[in-house]
Design a protein around this ligand. Sequence first.
Ligand code: F6R
Length: 255
Amino acid sequence: MDIRVFQDNKDLDAAAASLIAELVAAKPNAVLGLATGSTPVGIYRSLVDTAARSGISFKSVSTYNLDEYVGLTPDNEQSYAYYMNQHLFSKIDIPLNRTFLPDGMSGDLEAHCAAYDAMLEQAGVDLQLLGLGHNGHIGFNEPDSQLSAGTHVVTLDEATREANARFFSSIDEVPRQAVTMGVGSILKAHRILLVVRGADKADIVKRALTGPVTTDCPASLLQTHARVTVLLDREAASLLATGGNEGCSTFASAM
Ligand code: F6R
């Protein structure tokens, strides 16, 4: 694993955005796996700026999002479809018909999940962006004795609903279910970019990156992937032995 620690969150955002922009510059029809939540907001802002500055076009890029709540329409401000339009798609030149998210409103969620997996399989994700849940979830793959490989419907942990309640007017409005790519689909991406910020995630970062590989911490399965880049702010990295605190330090994980 290539782990980089940043003093400044703007530098972290810029580093993540450059990795994505460099991929798109080198491969104009790149397939991006995208995430939502608070972690990528600054990354998308930086990516929009980078694209405008350097003239990178997303016309031939396609994107597949990790997850979507069940029961929220794309025009609902809390839906991930709305988030993606707001933070990224409306600000770059990507055709909307090249952007895909699971459809939490599908009348046949099981068939929809299978169709989403078939699309992912055919497209082949070049770079998957991930955030990390406090309980070690990636996408909405919550800790469990078994993890699903493919896209599936998941019942959200109460801890996840509580963590995400900040985006809603009350916890009662947070959906109880979501559709998420499975860990198997995530691990099929050619390259993975995991971004984590904040002292409140220091413990789970340590478990995910240096603890045992276990379905109790879904992110620990990233240790089995050959090409993972992890970008952390100092707080999120505070329980790792980083070997350096100035600027951006790069080090190999202790695994
Ligand atoms: C979002 C997603 C989640 C988040 C995770 C961290 O699409 O799949 O796994 O990445 O819950 O969320 P934030 O960034 O809000 O702390």
